[in-house]
Design a protein around this ligand. Structure first.
Ligand code: PRX
Length: 658
């Protein structure tokens, strides 16, 4: 296992605090301790029951799991349903049309309140508009939007006509958007003129224009939401304003009933190679598990709770726990457009107070940032409505966990530390708030109906107190069905390390009680502020700059963001490069900007160190472990496998000189 995980492993041997749910909480909880046994006794029967109870099926399924083409598993394969019908119309039909679905808060202070009945009309109109633009069932639609209500409407409109959406996070660059549009062969793009971030309008449409100008795409139309009113370039015949076609469209729309295994969406995520993977999910199993986990893990009471997940819809958390899980459950939720410090550092807590938020789901990096800002800021607001707190995206360190509980949760709200991935589609390992005695820093136990194990190098399960690799040894309903267009990579990446078992790419350890502690990635994937970035992808971006001969990227631990990107580059010498600035800082700034352009601002290295050599093994593999030692200011570890053991002292001497 990667030695990057060792310092964490040390820390957690000392954690013995435990926070059981209060008797009052346990008594009212949606799920009790018996659920684990019930699910284990008949795992497939348990999921079938959830699928029947939580969803409306136009054609009921008779088969639960189809494993005939494993690892391309199918769930509820002979059933038919529609995701948008389940997320919206169903609630209207059940008499809950007046319930608020979305409490939207714009960064600029604008707010909108959208009921399920209004959402149903909006989704039907948008579905009709997409159809009139030539988008059909099975066509892919790229979505590049800020956190505005139209983003949710857009996803659901695609789902309603059976057109898989591919959401690209608004922070990605035109180049990154282009490669995703090409890979999915998207037929249309839905975007906005811009969105509000940190107090000003930040444009989005120019990136779409630039991406499409690169050519080679199958995009016929760009549907543009007007959010900021900023100037936009316009391609006649291709570009269409949302407000010119959606509000006028009919609210009559028959959903397209699709097979449970019909693709619902593609979402690109970083892997160990430079090319992002288009993870795709299908309809029936995904909706079943997102809805079940949303209800069980957050103890959702749709009639009374006000739920808020702070994730952007550009990430899987936004798909599963802003769009599908909460809406299928008929929840009332807050959706916030902007950043937590705009116009002041108490903005989130002001929103909690304003809407009486009862369930908050966010990321450790945000909690650590708020810790840094000081507890006097949240103390100015009434947070007493909060009754469940969630964490996702990276291991939460026990100090942040304790702060979250004490300062935000009033020392009473249970914390659920939820482990899952883009690939798993929904939460897999987490405490249950009314059942589990929570331990700061541990995701603890696989959910009912989920089988997860920690395996050693040989694929054997390890015992209490031991560590290894996290693996999912049984299929689960919301599992990825593949990598779009690349079946071989799917089999290779996830199913070959331990044949027949899903390899998650995370290191994990059991404590003496058998609870699971996540220890970070064991591959070349970094986790910066809960966002997945690939070392190789950033290295490719760096070497695509004419000044750079070689690059190595590592994730160095960072107090706030979990990990930070640190790059080591060797510059080209000789006559090849004539425009290299003398000033080292200018070189670094240019290269940072270059990465920002190739991938997006989130991928910009925190620091770039110019070196003369990189540490390599005799077979030419860069030893990132040693570079991580340098990046984290540690004494450099074992160098005996280096081809040239003097390289590390050269690097360190070079850095000291700077
Ligand atoms: O390393 C794990 C970490 O995030 C990775 C998945 O990233 P992504 O696909 O972007 O999805 C993030 C949101 C679900 C995992 O392989 N991770 C996620 N949640 C946790 C976590 N690590 C520790 N504890 C968690 N609760």
């Amino acid at each position: 296992m990667s030695d990057a995980t060792e310092p964490t492993l040390e820390n957690l041997l000392h954690e013995n605090r435990s926070f059981p749910p209060s008797a009052e909480f346990a008594a009212q909880a949606n799920v009790d301790a018996g659920e684990y046994d019930r699910a284990a006794a008949d795992r497939l029967g348990f999921w079938a029951e959830q699928a029947r109870e939580l969803l409306d099926w136009q054609t009921p399924f008779t088969t639960v799991l189809d494993d005939s083409a494993a690892p391309r598993y199918g769930w509820f394969p002979d059933g038919r349903l529609n995701a948008a019908h389940n997320a919206v119309d169903r609630h209207v039909a059940a008499g809950n049309g007046d319930r608020v679905a979305i409490l939207w808060e714009g960064e600029d202070g604008e707010s909108r309140r959208i009921t399920y009945a209004e959402l149903a009309d909006d989704v039907a109109r948008a579905a009709n508009a997409l159809t009139s633009l030539g988008v059909g069932t099975g066509d892919r639609v790229a979505i590049y939007l800020p956190m505005v209500p139209e983003a949710i409407v857009a996803l659901l409109a695609c789902a309603r006509i059976g057109a898989p959406h591919s959401v690209v996070f608004g922070g990605f660059s035109a180049d990154a958007l282009h490669s995703r549009i090409i890979d999915a062969e998207a037929k249309a793009v839905i975007t906005a003129d811009g969105g509000y971030r940190r107090g000003s309008a930040s444009p989005l449409k120019p990136a779409v224009d630039a991406a499409l100008a690169k050519g080679g795409t199958a995009v016929e139309h760009v549907l543009v939401v007007q959010r900021t009113g900023g100037e936009v370039e316009w391609v006649e015949g291709r570009d269409v304003w949302w407000h010119d076609v959606v509000p006028q469209a009919s609210t009559e729309h028959e959903p397209v009933w699709v097979d449970a295994e019909h693709p619902l969406f593609i979402l690109y995520t970083s892997g160990t190679t430079g090319k992002p993977k288009g993870i795709f999910h299908t309809t029936g199993g995904y909706l079943t598990q997102t809805a079940y986990t949303h209800r069980a893990v957050f103890d959702l009471k749709p009639e009374t709770d006000v739920y808020w997940c702070t994730a952007d819809i550009g990430w899987i958390t936004g798909h599963s726990y802003v769009v599908y899980g909460p809406l299928v459950n008929g929840a009332t939720q807050v959706v916030y457009e902007g950043t937590p410090d705009t116009p002041h550092k108490g903005r989130w807590w002001e929103i909690v107070q304003k809407y009486g938020v009862t369930i908050l789901y966010t990321a450790p990096t945000a909690i650590r940032t708020c810790m840094k800002w000081g507890e006097d800021i949240p103390a100015k607001f009434d947070l007493s409505s909060l009754r469940v707190l969630g964490s996702v995206g990276e291991p939460i360190n026990p100090e942040a966990w304790m702060w979250y509980r004490r300062v935000i949760g009033g020392d009473t709200a249970p914390i659920v530390d939820t482990w899952w991935q883009t690939e798993t589609g929904a939460i897999m390992i987490s405490p249950l708030p009314g059942v589990t005695a929570a331990k700061p820093g541990s995701a603890q136990v696989p959910l009912p109906g989920i089988v997860a194990k920690v395996l050693d190098d040989a694929g054997q399960p390890v015992g209490p107190g031991q560590g290894g690799y996290l693996a999912l040894t049984e299929p689960w309903p919301s599992m990825l069905r593949g990598i779009w267009g690349d079946e071989k990579r799917f089999a290779q990446t996830y199913w070959s390390r331990f044949p027949g078992t899903y390899f998650a790419g995370d290191g994990a350890k059991y404590d003496e009680d058998g609870d699971v502690w996540l220890l970070g990635r064991v591959d070349d994937v970094m986790n910066v502020s809960g966002h997945r970035l690939s070392t190789t992808e950033i290295e490719s971006a760096l070497v695509s700059h004419p000044w750079v001969a070689e690059a190595a990227v590592v994730g160095a631990s960072d107090e706030t963001t979990g990990q930070a990107v640190v790059a080591f580059v060797i510059l080209r010498g000789g006559d090849e490069v004539t425009d290299l600035p003398e000033d080292g800082e200018a070189v670094v700034q240019t290269l940072r900007g270059h990465v920002g352009q190739a991938i997006g601002p989130i991928a910009k290295p925190r620091s770039i160190l110019v070196v003369n050599e990189l540490p390599k093994t005799r077979s030419g593999k860069i030893m990132r472990r040693l570079l991580r030692d340098v990046a984290e200011n540690r004494e450099v570890g074992d160098v005996t496998t280096l081809a040239d053991s003097g390289v590390m002292s050269l690097i360190q001497q070079g850095l000291k000189k700077d």
